[in-house]
Ligand binder design. Structure first.
Ligand code: ZN
Ligand code: ZN
Ligand code: ZN
Length: 403
């Protein structure tokens, strides 16, 4: 008899890292983007853009940490004095690509940023009469942005994604390797949880196990563990609750975290019988699961350079709609993934953006019958030169377990 096999662990003892020199390349691209867009400066606060450009995963604080990339001049990381040690240790600074400056508790860091922006524009022919465009990262807190706007009167503010989205949306080989290791770790966690005891436990208890296992499988952080049992499986973003899992029902497991900074996000639907052969999946569930399985496979199969994001969504949606379940698939088919678990590109109706080699995203259709049960299958997929590269290796057939 053949059946699904346990995923093998390829996890390296030491998490691979993005090479230090890569941050120099990324900064050079960002600087070129600032110049090409004719912007005065790119201001990057704590968040995924800072991790991308500097390799610095700083704590978001009321004290301002900011990478300033002015139209001319060196990239400067301004950090509070008490964060100097971690800031100095980040690859962007270690590699000599970024100058580190610290500010004292009694100083106004926003004034310092405004000074760096002005200074970084002195060499420009039209010398920023402070009437210029300044791009800020999407994750910058409003409290910081409002003060920057006051300190740079006349400047117009726009999103840093103007420059950074095109860089971040295509993953290089090192990023893809981290996404692959993250996906494989999530595969193993789902396998282990699915083959352990489930009946009689609460969803919240299983969710805690998921988080512990993600860490044990090499993640530095577990971010979410959706454990939707029975009727809760019909709620796509169900919060694991105190509901006790029963024999004879499905469980949607949707789990993720960060591995080497890159996100995992994988869903499998399982069915627990409690060891009772009469408590297997009913015909209706098997029917719509088969449709879902085909829709997820076809949408994945359609991935290739040049195809529109919305087209991938349509492939899954048409199959599900043809089965009469169109109304029961009410979210987009997928989202980009990288340093953030949800980022561009979004596989959704209305997004004509063509896929490019190196784009990474989820393919995750679902069918949800409110009040009864539901199912979802989610893989992380890379757009390869000739078609899809699926990072998850876990079988996609309905996994029927004793639980
Ligand atoms: Zn989601
Ligand atoms: Zn997910
Ligand atoms: Zn997802």
């Amino acid at each position: 008899m053949t059946g699904p096999v346990a995923p093998v662990s390829f996890a390296p003892a030491v998490r691979p890292r993005i090479p230090v020199g890569r941050f120099g390349d990324r900064l050079a691209c960002a600087e070129a983007g600032v110049a090409a867009a004719g912007m005065g400066a790119l201001l990057v606060g704590v968040g995924p853009d800072l991790a991308y450009l500097a390799g610095y995963e700083a704590m978001p604080l009321e004290r301002l940490t900011m990478l300033v990339i002015a139209a001319s001049g060196r990239a400067t990381l301004l950090a509070p004095r008490l964060e100097a040690a971690p800031a100095r240790a980040c690859p962007g600074v270690v590699g000599g690509h970024i100058d580190l400056e610290t500010w004292e508790e009694t100083e106004d860091p926003v004034d310092r940023v405004a000074g760096l922006v002005r200074h970084g524009n002195l060499a420009r022919p039209t010398h920023l009469a402070i009437a210029d465009r300044v791009a800020v990262s999407d994750h910058l807190w409003a409290r910081h942005l409002l003060r920057l706007q006051a300190a740079l009167p006349g400047a117009s503010f726009l999103s840093a994604s103007v420059v950074l989205r095109d860089l971040r949306i295509v993953k290089d080989a090192d990023e893809i390797q981290l996404l692959r290791l993250a996906a494989q770790a999530a595969d193993r966690v789902i396998w282990e949880v699915a083959h352990g005891r489930l009946v009689g436990r609460t969803e919240a208890d299983v969710a805690r196990e998921v988080c512990d296992r993600l860490i044990a499988e090499g993640h530095e952080r577990a971010d979410f563990a959706i454990v939707g049992s029975g009727p809760n499986s019909a709620s796509p973003h169900h919060e694991a609750s105190e509901r006790v899992i029963k024999a004879g029902e499905p469980i949607v497991l949707d789990i993720g975290g960060a591995y080497g900074g890159y996100a995992s996000d994988t869903t499998r639907t399982i069915w627990v019988t409690g060891g009772d052969a009469t408590r297997g999946p009913d015909d209706e569930f098997l029917r719509f699961y088969a449709v879902l399985r085909a829709a997820q496979a076809e949408a994945t199969h359609a991935v290739r350079p040049g195809i529109a994001c919305e087209r991938i969504d349509l492939v899954a949606r048409e199959l599900i709609s043809a089965s009469g379940h169109g109304a029961h698939f009410f979210h987009r088919t997928g989202h980009g993934i990288g340093l953030e678990v949800h980022e561009e590109p979004y596989l959704v109706a209305g997004n004509p953006e063509p896929l490019r080699p190196g784009m990474a995203f989820s393919v995750e259709p679902g069918i949800y019958l409110a009040g009864r049960y539901g199912a979802r299958i989610e893989d992380i997929v890379i757009c390869g030169d000739d078609g899809p590269i699926v990072l998850n290796g876990l079988d996609r057939d309905l996994l029927v377990v004793t639980g």
